[in-house]
Design a protein around this ligand. Structure first.
Ligand SMILES: Cc1ncc(COP(=O)(O)O)c(C=O)c1O
Length: 372
């Protein structure tokens, strides 16, 4: 038996903090002080979807609320089946979680060990890296290529050197919004060293327009050692509802499932199932509208010779040409909250794509700070 102190030391306070920490919690580390916040703040700091949940999901939630005194456990087989079917998978090929944060967490816990590192790039989404560190697992981070993409050969090389590990590839990557091409993902899958699992985090995959950006789900269907993490927080606009899932071959899911905390909230689950019924029209519409706003912002930046990384997600990394801290500290006081710092890309400002009106305000405030 552990004493409380020994137990706390074992899991570490960092582990408690890292547990289930989605983008918003990280965002709060930005230099925004609650007392200073303008009431009409434009939030472009957490890659959320300003459209929120679709109407069908809101109606489904309103309908289920009065019965939320029950667990509704008996409904979950159908809920899992609906989620799996929406991606041409079987229920044995998925496990749901409280956002994709939960499945990222359990994957790191299951597939890293004191001798089996988490291998990724820097910068990448911090959650899996922080979970690994909190659990005392080694972390190996490789530099991005000059074009800010992940060097898949280097990732495989590191896994080989460690005689196995968990490779975390976020595609498109957060915070760079750069993609790993389908050819590179294919190379990595076909060249995974032994004892190595590949986790592809596709939180933002729906926002990409390039034909070279493709989901890794076919590798799951082929039974490869690949886990794909998906979330309803981004294009579906349900960040506060906390639903995501991992897709992998049944043997992998059988290892992850016992670590899951529980079923997700029935209110959230019903919202997801309702949205899936609307998926065929909703996803292309949302993607087109986001892409339009993103294109306008890119054109505006180009006209002003402001550099940025070509974006494939619902956010963009802008090269401010000097420390981005000045923008991160000043812009919130002017009514626009951009992303937090992302070392080692110290001159880069991550900005989520909001509505057209929000981006008009962003341009105004950004330009004032940029011009000094
Ligand atoms: C790349 C990436 N993966 C996963 C998540 C976790 O999101 P959620 O737990 O809301 O699914 C985020 C949050 O912003 C993210 O940026």
């Amino acid at each position: 038996m552990y004493t409380r102190r020994a137990f706390a030391a074992r899991i570490g306070f960092a582990a408690a903090a890292a547990r289930l920490m989605p983008e918003m919690a990280y965002a709060q580390r930005a230099a925004v002080k609650v007392g200073d916040l303008p009431k009409d703040m434009v939030w472009l700091n957490a890659n959320e979807n300003p459209l929120g949940p679709p109407q069908v999901s809101i109606a489904a939630m309103q309908q289920v609320l009065p019965t939320s005194g029950r667990y509704h456990y008996q409904e979950f087989a159908d809920i899992y089946a609906a989620i799996a079917k929406s991606e041409d998978l079987t229920p044995e090929q998925i496990v749901t979680g409280c956002g994709s944060s939960e499945v990222l967490h359990t994957t790191v816990d299951m597939f890293t060990s004191p001798t089996r590192p988490l291998i990724s790039v820097t910068p990448a989404y911090e959650l899996p890296i922080e979970v690994a560190r909190a659990l005392g697992r080694p972390v190996v981070l490789s530099k991005l290529r000059d074009d800010y993409t992940a060097d898949v050969r280097k990732l495989a090389e590191e896994a080989d050197k460690a005689r196995g590990g968990l490779i975390y590839l976020c595609n498109p990557n957060n915070p760079t919004s750069a993609m790993t091409t389908a050819d590179d993902v294919k190379w990595l899958v076909n060249n995974l060293p032994s004892n190595t699992m590949l986790m592809v985090d596709e939180a933002y995959i729906h926002f990409g327009e390039s034909p070279q950006l493709q989901t890794a789900l076919p590798y799951v269907r082929q039974g490869k050692d690949v886990i794909v993490a998906r979330t309803y927080s981004k294009i579906y606009g349900m960040a506060g509802l906390r639903v995501g899932f991992a897709a992998a071959k049944p043997e992998i899911i059988a290892r992850l499932a016992p670590l899951r905390i529980n079923v997700v909230s029935i209110v959230s689950a019903r919202a997801v199932v309702a949205a899936l019924g609307d998926q065929q029209t909703m996803l292309p519409e949302r993607k087109a509208s986001l892409a339009h706003t993103r294109r306008e912002l890119c054109a505006w930046l180009r006209e002003r010779n402001v550099k940025f990384i070509e974006p494939h997600a619902n956010f963009i990394m802008i090269d401010t040409g000097r420390s981005a801290r000045e923008f991160i500290n000043t812009m919130p006081k002017m009514g626009v909250a951009p992303g937090r710092p992302f070392p080692p890309l110290d001159n880069m400002l991550r900005v989520s794509i909001g509505t057209d009106a929000e981006m008009a305000k962003f341009r105004d405030v950004f330009w004032k700070v940029y011009k000094g």
